[in-house]
Design a protein around this ligand. Sequence first.
Ligand code: AMP
Length: 325
Amino acid sequence: MNKELMNEILNNIKENDKILICRHTRPDGDAVGSTLGLKHILKDSFPNKDVRVINNDYAEYLNFLGEEDKEDLEFYKDSIAIIIDTSIPSRVSNNHYKDCKMVIRIDHHINLEPYGNLEWIEEEKSSASEMICEFYLAFKDELVLSKEAATCIYTGIVTDSGRFKFDSCNGDTLRKASVLLDKGIDVDSLFAHLYLTDERSLKLKGHMLNNFKITPNGVAYIYVTKKLQKKFNLTSDESSAMISVIESIKGCLMWIAFIDTPDKSIRVRLRSRFVNVNEIAEKYRGGGHAKASGGTVYNKKEINSLLMDADKVLKEYKENNEGWL
Ligand code: AMP
């Protein structure tokens, strides 16, 4: 436990009345849950402080967790910034954090590029939300955890641990989740918001199930082109969610989705079991976690090159390891 670091973070929070909280672009449940969760904790514990979550983008499917704050260029100058769940500065969804007088970073990604004045990084943690829960528990005599805060943080843990499935999830993760659940979270509603699908995306899932491809050594992949997105009338969140369609194929230890984006780049989402994918992502303008990473490519040639790299890594892994499925 990083009690000393957490103490320093709490002291900085206590000493400052204006606090900006940010997360990474293309937010997921952990990015939104951890930032809004911390905001609730700080607002409820220190009602006189001005605590705001300000970012440049949002994910519609996570709107049920509550709204973030509006842009206010006057806010930054005397604030401290707390950036959560964001491994590199170019992924922070609000560049104005650089105008703040201090940057605190809380993250569980592989640490590629330190950029905070104070950094609390734990790469093995299931989620940044788990770290926020740990922060609350370390000072629970002085901090307040409402049902709303617990719901946000629980959402982050559930989504980033694949519903408690990934190997980053351990006994501690579940003990923290139990503290959150005890606050009375409405799990029926939470899981409905997160995992229900509608007819359009179900039809695309059907299309993807019929059309995914597999490289010679077992990398499964799909390409959600602009044309498909148009045909099925999909949002970018829905298009990105298609990665889950190919996650459970025996022998396919890596699975990758390529998704056309409006800015003409192609988003890459890489997932795996047993074998790691982060180094492949790093080669293609990305990074993330050992078994869940993201990157960007710009054309079919780069798609093919990435697939060849992934296939080679998987071939070597299969040749040198046993017990994989
Ligand atoms: P995604 O597929 O976008 O859900 O990303 C999986 C993980 O990799 C998340 O933890 C992201 O924060 C991280 N990630 C995604 N894209 C990048 C990138 N371009 N650079 C660094 N990390 C990334």
